[in-house]
Design a protein around this ligand. Structure first.
Ligand SMILES: C[S@@+](CC[C@H](N)C(=O)[O-])C[C@H]1O[C@@H](n2cnc3c(N)ncnc32)[C@H](O)[C@@H]1O
Length: 305
């Protein structure tokens, strides 16, 4: 299905889903686990917006690549690669003597990643469908395991981190990037505005899995528990710049941000126009005529086997 050109596209997709027997809206942490990253609708939207999305995410790609410090010749495993980052940027860093394997549970998203790697003519990166909780690799294969905006969605973080540790060589390292708190411009001027117009008193977005490791020290604690050494963590704010209009950014958000789909779908028809207008106005404060200039606050955590 091609994505519709407004947020109603998300509405109609989710409402069709609801008719099929899942009327729950207004997600809690449990509902967030249902985030459907690989739905045909989201895959089509990810493809449609891939150039703008790559530009907006450049700051977080650079942050994890710099934090991970890949070296030429390294073997890297990227968990939850989705449409291909940071795996593709890491492939450039490890060069022709190195190799990157990106895994994700959604083969449809990985197909986009494969296309992007082909476009760049990279033959040192491959994408395989796999679950981070049960990696299809022998022990001690990789120098570095990375993930950008992925680990917070792993249902059993201890199991997934033990798997990452198992496939690392003895001196291997991990480098993970996750979202910082909900209280930052990208979320406050989209979902925060929506929540001002939709009465969901019990709904607390900071309880969503997407913010599971936003609290400083929480990702480090999970790495510690899985037996990693020399765990270190920092919070960083980087550019998050959408190369287009506020209206396009809100369309993109509604179509691609799987953890918020059911909340957006819960907006009554009678309020959709009001919510869209309010979000457009909020984002317009950051629009310089060409770009919506926001920042992203993220947590980076690294450790050694
Ligand atoms: C927010 S996306 C991040 C994708 C990409 N790394 C990026 O930064 O654009 C989260 C990804 O986690 C993947 N994912 C969720 N649970 C997973 C699991 N158990 N194993 C592997 N991938 C998983 C989803 O399919 C989705 O592509």
């Amino acid at each position: 299905m091609a994505p519709a050109d407004n947020n109603l596209g998300v509405q109609s997709e989710n409402k069709q889903h609801a008719k099929g027997g899942n009327p729950d809206v207004g997600p809690t942490r449990g509902a967030a686990a249902e985030a459907n990253w690989g739905s045909a609708f989201r895959v089509a939207a990810s493809d449609k917006w891939r150039s703008q999305s790559a530009t907006m995410r450049r700051g977080v790609t650079d942050a994890i690549c710099q934090f991970a410090a890949p070296r030429p010749g390294m073997r890297v495993l990227d968990l939850a690669s989705g449409t291909g980052e940071p795996a593709i940027s890491l492939a450039s860093a490890v060069g022709p003597t190195g190799r990157v394997v990106g895994i994700d549970v959604s083969d449809d998203l990985l197909e986009i990643a494969r296309g992007r790697a082909r476009q760049r003519r990279f033959d040192n990166v491959e994408f395989r469908r796999a679950d981070a909780h049960c990696l299809p690799f022998p022990t001690e294969q990789f120098d570095l395991v990375t993930s950008r905006c992925g680990v917070m969605f792993f249902a059993d973080i201890q199991k997934a981190f033990l798997e990452a540790r198992r496939v690392l060589k003895p001196q291997g390292r991990v480098a993970f990037l996750v979202w910082g708190p909900f209280q930052q411009p990208y979320f406050e001027n989209t979902i925060g505005v929506l929540l001002n117009h939709v009465a969901e008193p019990q709904y607390d977005p900071s309880q969503l899995d997407v913010f599971r490791f936003a609290r400083p020290g929480s990702l480090s604690a999970a790495l510690d528990s899985a037996g990693f050494r020399n765990v270190h963590e920092e919070t960083r704010t980087v550019p998050w710049i959408w190369p287009g209009t506020p209206e396009e950014l809100w369309q993109y958000f509604g179509q691609v941000s799987a953890p918020f789909h059911s909340l957006i779908a819960s907006v009554p028809e009678s309020k959709i126009r009001t919510v869209d207008d309010a979000v457009h106005s909020a984002l317009a404060q950051f629009h310089d005529g060409e770009r919506v200039k926001l920042t992203a606050t993220v947590v980076l955590a690294g450790a050694e086997k």
